[in-house]
Design a protein around this ligand. Structure first.
Ligand SMILES: Cc1cc2nc3c(=O)[nH]c(=O)nc-3n(C[C@H](O)[C@H](O)[C@H](O)COP(=O)(O)OP(=O)(O)OC[C@H]3O[C@@H](n4cnc5c(N)ncnc54)[C@H](O)[C@@H]3O)c2cc1C
Length: 452
C-alpha cells in the first residue's frame, strides 16, 4: 500500500528521546547540557506519561521498612523539589506495600516537566507518534506521524527509547520479549479520582482496614459486581479528593488494536461499578462522584527489551550489587495478575531485611543496538524483576543514566555498549544520584521535603 502524502519535514538532532514519560522526560533533562541538541517527541499533548496520565504517587524513593531509607537522588529528587516548592506534594508513610509514597499533584507535575525541559533547552514535539525507523547504525532516521502535518522525520546520532512499549526497538528490529509470552502479563488498570469525600468520616469508620473488609464482602456476596476483592483509594493533594488503583483488566493485549479497545471500555465500566460501591457502602463517600478517569488505561508491561544484561528475580531478592550499577531499588516484586479463583489480585515479595539491589548500566543497553538506550518500563528485565523495578523513582533514574550516557558517548565517540563507565558514574554522582546504600544509621526517612 502506498501513502498519499510524502514526508513533509526533515529534522536533525544529536540526541532523540522517544516518549516523555517519567523515564523519557528525565532522560531529556539529563541530556540537556547545552552542548548537544536534544529533541523529545511525545504522542500526547503533555509530558509525564503514566506519571501524569493516571497516577499521583512516586514510589521507589524510599525502601519499604519500619525505618525507610531514601535511595534515589539526582534529577528525580529535583522533580520532587520543584513540586514541593509550590506545596504540591506530601509524603504518605507506609511500612508495607511499596513503602513510603511521595504524593503529588499530577496536573502541576505536567507543568514541572515542561519547565525543566524548557529550561534545559530541550526541543519538544507533542502530538507526534513514532511510526517507523531506518537505522544505519551510525544514525537513525525516525518517522513520526502528526495528525495535522502528516509524516515528518528526525535523524539522530543517539536514540533513547522511552516509549514504554519499546516502539523504537520494535521498528528497528532490536530483540525483545513480549509480556505474556512466558509468564502472564500484569493486568491493566483505569485509575479514577473521586471528589467530595469526607475523609474524617472515612477514617473514623476504620479507614483502609474498613475499606478492605467492605470490598471483600461486596465481592464475595456479589452485592456489587466488583472485579476483585482488593483495591486502594488514597487522599490526593487536592482537598476532599481521592485517587484509586482498583480496576483490573486481564487477558487482553494492549499492543493489539482490538485488545486495547476492549480494555479501555472494560476499564471504564469497572470504574463506575466501583463508584456505585463506594457511594453505597463506604462511610464518607455518600456524596462523592468520579471527577476523572485516567487519560488512558494503565498498562504495566508490554515489550521488555533484551539488553546486554537482564535483571533477574535472584538479583532483586539476593540484593545484588554490580560494578556498573546506575541506581538502587528496594521495591518489592508487586505482581498484579489473575488469582487461582479467577479474580485478579496483587502478589508481593520483598527484598529481605529492607535491603536494596543495584541495577546495572547494561540493562538499559539493547543487544545489537549501536547508539541506543531503552529505559523505563521496557528496560531489560525478566517479568519478576520488572515487577519490582518499575516504580517511577527507578524509571526516572534509568532516564537520568541514559541521558548522561548519551552525552558521554557523543563526547568520546563511543557507542552505548563501550562507553567509559567511570565517566558515566562521575556524571551521575555530580547530578546527585545515589549509587550506594546510605549509611545504615543515617536518617534519610524524610529528606528535607517541606510538605511532609
Ligand atoms: C495502573 C498503574 C499503577 C501504577 N502505580 C504506580 C505508583 O503508584 N507509583 C509508581 O511509582 N509507579 C507506579 N506504576 C509504575 C510506573 O508508573 C511505570 O512503570 C512508569 O511510569 C513507566 O514510565 P515510562 O516512562 O517507562 O513509561 P510511560 O509512563 O508509559 O511513558 C511512555 C511515554 O511514551 C509515549 N509514547 C508511547 N509510544 C510512543 C510513540 N510511538 N511515539 C511517541 N510517543 C510515544 C507515551 O505517550 C508516554 O508518554 C504504575 C503503573 C500502572 C500502569
Amino acid at each position: 500500500m502506498k501513502f498519499s502524502k510524502p514526508i513533509k519535514k526533515f529534522y536533525e538532532t544529536d540526541i532523540l528521546i522517544i516518549g516523555s514519560g517519567s523515564a523519557g522526560s528525565t532522560a531529556a533533562i539529563a541530556a540537556a547540557s547545552g552542548k548537544y541538541e536534544v529533541t523529545m517527541v511525545e504522542r500526547y499533548g503533555f509530558p509525564g506519561g503514566t506519571s501524569t496520565q493516571m497516577l499521583d504517587t512516586f514510589y521507589g524513593f524510599f525502601t519499604p521498612s519500619a525505618s525507610p531509607k531514601k535511595i534515589v537522588g539526582g534529577i528525580p529528587h529535583r522533580v520532587v523539589d520543584a513540586l514541593d516548592r509550590t506545596g504540591n506534594i506530601f509524603l504518605r508513610p507506609n511500612t508495607y506495600g511499596a513503602g513510603t509514597g511521595v504524593n503529588y499533584n499530577p496536573e502541576k507535575l505536567k507543568q514541572v516537566w515542561d519547565n525543566l525541559l524548557l529550561e534545559g533547552g530541550v526541543r519538544i514535539f507533542y502530538h507526534s507518534t513514532l511510526v517507523g525507523v531506518e537505522s544505519t547504525g551510525e544514525t537513525s532516521t525516525c518517522v513520526f506521524f502528526h495528525k495535522g502535518m502528516g509524516f515528518f522525520s528526525i535523524t539522530a546520532k543517539r536514540i533513547i527509547d522511552a516509549s514504554g512499549d519499546a516502539d523504537y526497538c520494535h521498528w528497528a528490529n532490536l530483540p525483545y520479549e513480549k509480556a505474556g509470552e512466558k509468564e502472564p502479563a500484569q493486568s491493566m488498570t483505569t485509575t479514577f479520582r473521586m471528589a467530595n469525600v469526607e475523609q474524617q468520616e472515612y477514617e473514623a469508620a476504620g479507614g483502609k482496614k474498613m475499606l478492605k473488609e467492605k470490598m471483600a464482602e461486596a465481592y464475595e456476596k456479589g452485592s456489587h459486581p466488583l472485579p476483585r476483592k482488593e483495591g486502594s483509594a488514597h487522599e490526593m493533594c487536592q482537598p476532599k479528593c481521592i485517587s484509586t488503583v482498583a480496576v483490573k483488566v486481564v487477558d487482553l493485549d494492549p499492543l493489539d488494536v482490538e485488545g486495547i479497545t476492549k480494555a479501555e471500555i472494560e476499564g471504564r465500566r469497572q470504574a463506575f461499578v466501583f463508584e456505585d460501591f463506594f457511594r453505597a457502602e463506604v462511610p464518607g463517600y455518600q456524596n462523592a462522584k468520579i471527577i476523572g478517569l485516567s487519560h488512558q488505561i494503565g498498562v504495566r508491561e508490554t515489550r521488555r527489551v533484551f539488553g546486554e544484561y537482564r535483571l533477574t528475580k535472584a538479583d532483586c531478592m539476593q540484593a545484588k550489587t554490580f560494578d556498573d550499577q546506575i541506581f538502587l531499588c528496594g521495591a518489592p516484586i508487586e505482581d498484579h495478575r489473575k488469582s487461582d479463583d479467577g479474580g485478579s489480585e496483587t502478589f508481593w515479595q520483598y527484598v529481605p531485611e529492607g535491603g536494596v539491589y543495584g541495577v546495572p548500566y547494561r540493562t538499559i543497553v539493547p543487544k545489537n543496538g549501536q547508539n541506543t538506550w531503552a529505559v523505563g518500563r521496557c528496560f531489560s528485565a525478566t517479568h519478576d524483576a520488572h515487577a519490582s523495578c518499575r516504580s517511577m523513582a527507578q524509571t526516572m533514574s534509568m532516564g537520568q543514566a541514559a541521558g548522561l550516557a548519551a552525552l558521554v558517548s557523543l563526547d568520546t565517540d563511543q557507542n552505548a555498549k563501550n562507553i567509559d563507565f567511570n565517566k558515566l558514574q562521575d556524571a551521575l554522582l555530580n547530578q546527585g544520584a545515589i549509587l550506594e546504600m546510605p549509611d545504615k544509621t543515617a536518617d534519610t526517612s524524610r529528606d528535607g521535603w517541606k510538605n511532609n
